[in-house]
Design a protein around this ligand. Structure first.
Ligand code: MTE
Length: 313
């Protein structure tokens, strides 16, 4: 399927340079190297931590829905840091370097802190099956693994001034092929209102389909906000900032007339260039109706009581 997001961005020269195209042999050698290094026990902390990746299913989030085949979720991706084609993120996945990853939480909080992956994997990891709806009109049902963002934010003790939360993804122009072009205003940024961030459905995500996150899905840690369009779910997060002002997300900055701050899934609010009434589940030929708040209205509609959802899109 063609990307709907792509045409609106102000592309520079996006023809990959020769140096952007890594020969397959290089990848194979690198993989072989990683395999042998693992066997020889060369890697320490982050990969070792991921090797004992433990989680348990959360029975509250086991809807009777057909899971999307993992082959689609792992190979049909939006991760512009690795390229704008759906096949670029898995193809260039090795360019995302996740060693010694840290997430800094700062801003309006009493105890700003930096967490490494061992700290983040120490939270009880739960598996939750969520619907996921991309603004482009495709959808999937994925067993994600992670923990509620609220548990992490509680650790830093947000102050009463913390009204919003900004999420900032990795910036690594040297290694990430997409960041050599001004496709978006890098690093990728997203934001939530504080009550949305603290909502029990909002998941800091470390895995999918029983395994640690693959690089193309936003390793080693990303956000999943299942009642909002997929672009709100920032990947490979390095900074979380509590603020008193509504953050400007990368997509709001790139196309203010097309992308608002809330971006709640809503079949009645069309994108300026296409309808949002239906979606195509990945792996299916047929479309199905899109649900208000992506099917999570019972859980989240109260967050938007009294708000005009057509204006606050
Ligand atoms: N996060 C970052 N950092 N960069 C991106 O390009 N794309 C978003 C979102 N998070 C994106 C991102 C979009 S448009 C979607 S639909 C989802 O990631 C896709 O997640 P998936 O590839 O795991 O399905």
């Amino acid at each position: 399927m063609k990307s709907n997001l792509k045409p609106l961005i102000r592309l520079g020269n996006t023809t990959p340079k020769e140096c952007d195209v890594t020969p397959e042999a290089f990848f194979l050698n690198r993989r072989q190297f990683i395999r042998s290094a693992l066997a020889a026990g060369l890697f320490s902390s982050p990969i070792a931590a991921l090797a004992d990746f433990n989680f348990s299913p959360n029975s509250t989030y086991r809807p009777n829905l057909k899971l999307t085949d993992s082959e689609h979720a792992l190979n049909y991706n939006n991760f512009y840091e690795l390229g704008t084609d759906k096949s670029d993120p898995p193809r260039y996945a090795d360019r995302l370097i996740t060693d010694n990853w840290q997430v800094r939480i700062e801003g309006e909080c009493a105890k700003p802190q930096t967490f490494d992956m061992d700290d983040l994997l120490a939270f009880d990891q739960e598996e939750r099956i969520y619907r996921f709806r991309c603004v482009e009109g495709w959808s999937m049902v994925v067993p994600w693994i992670g923990f509620p963002l609220s548990k992490l934010l509680d650790k830093v003790e947000p102050t009463s001034k913390a009204k919003y939360v900004e999420f900032i993804s990795i910036l690594d122009r040297e290694n990430l092929p997409g960041q050599r072009f001004d496709i978006l205003n890098w690093p990728y940024r997203e934001g939530l209102r504080m009550d949305e961030a603290m909502h029990p459905l909002t998941l800091m995500t470390t895995g999918l389909y029983g395994k640690p996150l693959q690089n193309q899905n936003g390793a080693p840690i990303r956000l999943i906000v299942p009642w909002k369009y997929g672009f709100k779910s920032a990947k490979s997060i390095v900074t979380i900032r509590l603020t008193d002002k509504q953050p400007v997300s990368s997509w709001m900055a790139a196309a203010p007339s097309e992308y608002g701050f809330y971006s709640n899934v809503n079949p009645d609010v069309s994108h300026p260039r296409w309808s949002q009434a239906k979606e195509r589940p990945l792996g299916s030929f047929f479309k199905q109706k899109t649900l208000l708040f992506n099917g999570y209205a019972d859980e989240v509609a109260s967050l938007y009581k009294g708000m005009d959802l057509k204006k606050n899109y």
